[in-house]
Ligand binder design. Structure first.
Ligand code: HEM
Length: 359
């Protein structure tokens, strides 16, 4: 096969004459297949909202706070409801249990309408930190579609924003080499996507976030990745291989990103998808959700840090061993945002929650 026969991750209507160099070498052919979701041309922007609650102690009890959020999602007029949402959770290093709903809309207007008509916005604006028994957080991204890319390891994978797609690419050429994520991002055809440098000095101490409502302004070209794995459909042999070889190195990588902000990572949560009925973590579907000061910092970690190289190297051996029998599902979505495409607000959360860590 040559690259001539391969599809581009960038849909035709978003292709532009490049002013930035492509990283793909002319004769490179990826060693395995990957695909990108195609969204309807009418979709001009994608909304991803993370609406969460934070308890100081770990809890899997019947979570009334999460049901409060899901009620807003489910009872709004149908045309304004998110296309897709799912609950997820993580216990962070302070021991706090963070449960969130991740929801997707096919336009910022629909998200705004939902907020108004469901009553969510007025409820959220009225929350008083002094009378809430736990913390709340809201992180919303509204990038234009040229600032969003997806890659999936099989065409039938529907995760996150892929629930909004109306098609799927053929085998894409822009994957399997470092720099391919950037080559898949339509905006990167004409923009270097430089962000703000990670600050070494912390700004002046503000109010105690546990007793405050804090809004964080957006940052230039913040890069967000949601990168997931689903091994629920694997055979007992493949599951054992995944759990013994991939899972441990993945945890190490996610802990490294979480604990080393100096590399440009403001926040990394390694989350379990949660069963919406029982509220219990589904231990066979996880994802990393991380916020970086710029795309270059995310690229640098994935290409050169031992923790992702171990994940990457482990995967190559894994894929070689299983060949076409591999049923592990891998996917990711990456967005790079303008400041006004980000909204962060934290009510009574500890200082390491999400973008509070950037203060
Ligand atoms: C790229 C494996 C988890 C960040 C890749 C690639 C592989 C890989 C094989 C090259 C993909 C291609 O272009 O064809 C894995 C496996 C994972 C995993 C097996 C989990 C089991 C993660 C996580 C993150 C991450 C959790 C970050 C939160 C990246 C990035 C790239 C990448 C940013 C793109 C680098 C570039 O194109 O320059 N990974 N990965 N990966 N991975 Fe991972």
């Amino acid at each position: 096969m040559s690259t001539v026969n391969l599809d581009s991750a960038i849909p035709e209507h978003l292709r532009k004459d490049r002013t930035t160099p492509i990283k793909l070498s002319p004769n490179f052919v990826p060693p395995y297949a990957s695909y990108a979701s195609r969204f309807p041309e009418s979709v001009k922007e994608i909304v991803m909202a993370i609406i969460g609650v934070q308890y100081c102690t770990p809890t899997y009890s019947s979570d009334t706070a999460v049901s409060k959020i899901t009620k807003f999602l489910n009872t709004a007029p149908e045309s304004m409801r998110p296309t897709f949402w799912e609950p997820a959770a993580v216990t962070d290093p302070t021991g706090a249990y963070n449960a969130a709903v991740i929801a997707y809309w096919p336009s910022a207007g629909k998200y705004e309408q939902w907020g108004e008509k469901s009553g969510f916005k007025s409820w959220w604006d009225g929350l008083d930190v002094k009378s809430e028994p736990h913390g709340w957080f809201l992180e919303v991204f509204t990038p234009t579609v040229d600032r969003w890319e997806t890659v999936i390891s099989a065409q039938d994978i529907k995760e996150g924003s892929s629930h909004m797609r109306d098609g799927i690419s053929g085998d894409i050429k822009e994957h399997g080499y470092w720099g391919s994520m950037r080559d898949r991002l339509p905006i990167a055809q004409v923009d270097d996507l430089d962000g703000e440098k990670a600050e070494s000095e912390k700004s002046e101490k503000g109010p105690d976030p546990l007793n405050a409502r804090i809004r964080i302004p957006g940052k230039k070209n913040l890069a967000v990745i949601r990168s997931g794995q689903d091994w629920s459909g694997t055979s007992p042999e493949e599951r054992k291989l995944y759990l013994e070889t991939m899972h441990p190195v993945l945890i190490k990588g996610m802990e490294f990103l979480r604990d080393n902000p100096e590399i440009g990572c403001y926040s990394c949560r390694f989350m379990d998808v949660v069963d919406a009925e029982t509220g219990k973590p589904d231990k066979e579907r996880t994802f990393g959700l991380a916020y970086f000061n710029e795309l270059a910092s995310l690229e640098k970690w994935s290409k050169s840090h031992k923790t992702h190289l171990d994940i990457f190297g482990g995967f190559l051996k894994y894929a070689k061993k299983l060949g076409p029998d591999m049923t592990l599902k891998l996917w990711h979505e990456v967005l790079v945002l303008e400041p006004d495409q980000q909204y962060f607000e934290y009510i009574g959360c500890h200082g390491k929650t999400g973008m509070l860590g950037s203060l």
